[in-house]
Design a protein around this ligand. Structure first.
Ligand code: ZN
Length: 215
């Protein structure tokens, strides 16, 4: 067992979880972060029913890539099948962050994709953030839908539920989660000011491509 690696990843997940709580992306017992243990077919994930606000390393559970518990006192998070499906589909992904970020979640409820309207968002998520139709939380059907979409996107919205972001590190996955929420807020304000003017992915790609050209 890679005890030191597990300890190191645990501390990172705990710190990142508390940060996501502090930034208002999760409340109560919602949300979870998971991360692979390098060199193994396992990952650590928040246990079910515990709070990211006051998360402790003992409240994480080690599971295999099928989502079966290997080590830990508590029960695995209900969302574990989604995380496992992502790690099976994307070898490059080292961490997954799932939150119920309020603005981005509202976009999911209204079946509105988040577009990369702002340049930083465009650089991170050039294809935007699609909405995956509602499936019961924890279901195999939801995990399968996420697995299909995540092959082409680093962030997805789950209709009537929340958002999922992935990254090559815990920091990257969490940063993307915050950026998706920020992008949703910006899009909401822009829509309030000018409707859906300029909210076309092909046009955005054209605009940012030309404006990004370094002389
Ligand atoms: Zn959730």
């Amino acid at each position: 067992m890679h005890v030191s690696a597990i300890k190191e990843v645990s501390v990172k997940i705990v710190n990142a979880s508390r940060e996501l709580y502090a930034h208002g992306l999760v409340r109560g017992t919602s949300g979870n972060i998971s991360a692979r243990i390098a060199g193994t077919n396992t990952f650590l994930i928040k246990a079910s029913g515990v709070r990211m606000k006051i998360l402790e390393p003992e409240e994480l559970v080690l599971v295999d890539l099928q989502g079966n518990k290997i080590r830990g006192e508590l029960n695995v998070s209900m969302e574990t099948p989604i995380h496992a499906a992502i790690y099976r589909a994307r070898k490059d992904v080292q961490a997954v962050a799932h939150t119920h970020a309020p603005t981005a979640t509202a976009f999911g409820i209204s079946k509105t994709e988040i577009l990369p309207l702002q340049i930083e968002m465009f650089m991170l998520l050039p294809n935007g953030v699609p909405v995956i139709p509602f499936k019961a939380p924890g279901s195999k059907a939801l995990a399968e839908e996420v697995q299909k979409k995540i092959e082409n996107y680093d962030a997805v919205i789950l209709e009537n539920h929340g958002i999922i972001t992935v990254g090559s590190t815990i920091e990257a996955a969490c940063n993307l989660n915050e950026m998706v929420e920020e992008g949703a807020k910006i899009q909401l304000l822009a829509m309030t000011l000018s409707g859906r003017d300029g909210m076309n992915l092909a046009k955005l790609k054209e605009k940012f491509k030309t404006e990004n050209t370094v002389e």
